[in-house]
Design a protein around this ligand. Structure first.
Ligand SMILES: O=C([C@H](O)CO)[C@H](O)[C@H](O)COP(=O)(O)O
Length: 209
């Protein structure tokens, strides 16, 4: 099981500062959608250059032009790029083909997918690298989490790695670990703590135990 740090509410200098604090405890650093909106793919480039030992995920949440978007994010240094599970199959297939050409990986974010099991089965067959269940900020505000959806994709996914994101904190991490995803994605559960290093270290300890 691996740990991904999601950076959402920071600019590039702040992102570098946070990663420098916790780099030894994480496997992947995510340049979150709000950061990409504010800073562009420059943020991906800056973090990859500063921390070449870490895999960098560009959370573009691509909905169209999968091949083109994966190509641009790859050029900026992204190792993994997110595509939305609600996208057309052609978008996901285009992203997978381009990622293979570039030696990169595709994560499909299942946010707002209604028929989780059926869609996860279809997407798994398209050759994506990760399938991620995700309670986004708006769902978190309504008190939702993705634990049931994680169990659902674990039942049907045979090839892709499974991931879970959305409001995961130290207190909820044991329940997540019990469901055994391949990747746990944490944003505010680390970045919102006064001692980010301690939070990341404890989470890594629990995940690798
Ligand atoms: O993808 C995310 C969200 O849609 C905002 O872009 C977050 O990175 C993801 O939810 C993880 O962050 P936390 O929910 O703060 O753990």
């Amino acid at each position: 099981m691996e740990l991904q740090l999601a950076l959402d509410l920071v600019n590039i200098p702040e992102a570098k500062q946070v990663v420098a604090e916790v780099a030894e405890y994480i496997d992947i650093v995510e340049i979150g959608t709000p950061v990409v909106i504010n800073e562009g793919l420059h943020a991906v480039k800056a973090i990859k250059e500063a921390f070449p030992q870490l895999r960098v995920l560009a959370d573009l949440k691509v909905m169209d032009a999968g091949g083109y978007e994966v190509m641009k994010a790859s050029e900026a240094g992204a190792d993994i790029i997110t595509i939305l599970g609600v996208s057309d199959d052609s978008t996901i297939k285009g992203a997978v083909a381009e990622a293979a050409k570039q030696g990169k990986q595709v994560m499909v974010d299942m946010i707002n997918v209604k028929n989780i099991e059926e869609r996860a089965r279809e997407i798994d067959a398209m050759g994506v690298d990760y399938i991620c269940v995700h309670s986004g900020y708006d769902h978190q505000a309504e008190g939702k989490n993705s634990f049931e959806e994680l169990a659902a994709i674990k039942r049907v996914v045979q090839h892709a790695k499974t991931a879970v994101a959305g409001g995961i904190k130290l207190e909820t991490l044991p329940e997540v670990i019990q469901a055994n995803p391949d990747l746990v994605i944490v944003g505010g559960g680390i970045t919102g703590q006064s001692d980010k290093k301690a939070a990341a270290s404890r989470m890594q300890e629990m995940i690798k135990a």
